[in-house]
Design a binder for this molecule. Structure first.
Ligand code: HEM
Length: 401
């Protein structure tokens, strides 16, 4: 597709998906926010919003900014999606509504209560095991990956074999929302096998009784969704529910290791664990960006975004916008982080956010009861991804309580 070069609005030639930006996006985000409410990104021929006010408003305006043409750079009006699109993330009303209702019911706070005690026990055992092995460890595999990978696939009800495919699948999926760069090329070879494995886990006969997966099929039996939709709704959990939470927890651990006074506050008031996790999601924005597509010529201030054009929403930049937050770069448990867009906002706001919060709360509470201090013990490493702000390694040193 060819794009008209816009000269009548602020523009940036920087590629948001380049290694340099992904390694540390803060300078680029500030420049985008300062350039204006809407900026043209000539590297990909798309529009961008980085200020909280516009990102928040556009996320609410699902009629003006649709998801059904894809929430990645690829425009489903012109290009075939690499896999059957998500019935939630990549859908608009009315099709979006029935699958969303099913998942909202399964994943609301009340429905999750039955999982709390078991997850708390698993978190306590995991932290005890890690600490028994030593007080220096890489927090990414030891805690951030180990905990969600243990509790979440069990809650969905998939078999134990093959779970090591979940993270590489998520990683590729989140890369594919960006341009077809080297990160996508690296994952392309394994992608068909990973996709086939995920698809197989979504079938009724694979899913344990009582789990989220079986409950989705039960909703199909009740006629709330069709039997054809059921496996794709299960797939949404396996696609959107693993990598995101792993990186949300990694972000929280990194935040505490670099803000020791906040760790002391959490130890004094473990009830702050939930708010601490939301503040970490605001501060780090594990999901950095998603696209929308204009459904008509949409005016934002002086700028008209033409029908069919892609707009990149910088959730991470909005969550650190000084126009909305005081001292946005500081991780602070006394802040009210509500209104952050790290879980999105409006119609597509993360349907699994209570799951992520419960996982984080269980793990942070177990750690706070056992660990007096927590600090970075060596060089940290990012795992660059076109959509996720991810950690590859977080060496940590702790002292026990
Ligand atoms: C810290 C962890 C998580 C983060 C940061 C996160 C982030 C997000 C964001 C930003 C969106 C909005 C996408 C958009 O507006 O286009 C979203 C949607 C979604 N999330 Fe999450 N998520 C997390 C955990 C989870 C979990 C644990 C699940 C599953 C249990 C999940 C399932 C979904 C689904 C299915 C959608 C699509 C909802 C819709 O379109 O109606 N997410 N998430």
């Amino acid at each position: 597709m060819t794009h008209t070069i816009r000269t009548d609005l602020p523009a940036s030639t920087v590629d948001p998906f380049s290694d340099d930006v992904l390694e540390d996006p803060s300078g680029f985000h500030a420049a985008l926010r300062d350039a204006g409410p809407v900026v043209y990104l000539s590297a990909h021929g798309v529009y961008a919003m980085a200020r909280h006010e516009q990102v928040h408003a556009a996320l609410r305006d699902w009629q003006g900014f649709q998801s059904g043409a894809g929430v990645g750079l690829s425009n489903f009006r012109h290009e075939k999606p690499w896999r059957p699109p998500s019935l939630l993330l990549e859908a608009d009303p009315p099709g979006h509504d029935a699958p969303r209702r099913v998942l909202s019911g399964l994943l609301d706070l009340r429905a999750l209560r039955r999982l709390r005690e078991g997850w708390r026990d698993v978190a306590e055992q995991l932290v005890d095991t890690v600490l028994a092995a030593g007080t220096e460890f890489d927090a990414v595999p030891a805690l951030a990956e180990a905990f969600p990978l243990r509790v979440f696939p069990d809650a969905v009800g998939i078999p134990a074999a093959g779970r090591e495919n979940l993270l590489p699948y998520g990683s590729h999926l989140f890369n594919v929302f960006g341009p077809a760069n080297e990160r996508v090329a690296e994952g392309a070879e394994r992608a068909p096998a990973l996709q086939a494995w995920v698809t197989a886990q979504c079938q009724r006969d694979q899913l344990a009784e009582g789990g989220f997966g079986a409950q989705i099929w039960a909703a199909a039996d009740r006629g709330e969704i069709t039997p054809e939709q059921a496996p794709l709704v299960v797939r949404s959990l396996l696609s959107a529910g693993v990598d995101t939470t792993v990186q949300g927890i990694a972000a929280a651990l990194h935040a505490f290791a670099t803000h020791p006074r906040q760790w002391q506050r959490l130890r004094e008031q473990p009830g702050l664990a939930r708010i601490a996790f939301d503040e970490a999601v605001r501060w780090a924005s594990p999901v950095q960006t998603f696209f929308r597509t204009a459904t008509a010529d949409v005016r934002i201030g002086d700028v008209v975004i033409p029908d069919g054009e892609k707009i990149l929403m910088f959730l991470g930049a909005a969550n650190r916008d000084p126009r909305r937050w005081s001292d946005p770069d500081v991780f602070d448990l006394s802040r009210d982080p509500s209104g952050h867009v790290g879980f999105g906002f409006g119609l597509h706001q993360c349907v699994g956010q209570h799951v992520a919060r419960l996982e984080a709360e269980c793990l942070l509470t177990a750690l706070a009861a056992r660990v007096r201090t927590i600090e970075i013990a060596g060089p940290t490493r990012r795992r660059l991804n076109n959509t996720m702000r991810a950690w590859g390694a977080l060496p940590m040193r702790v002292t026990t309580a």
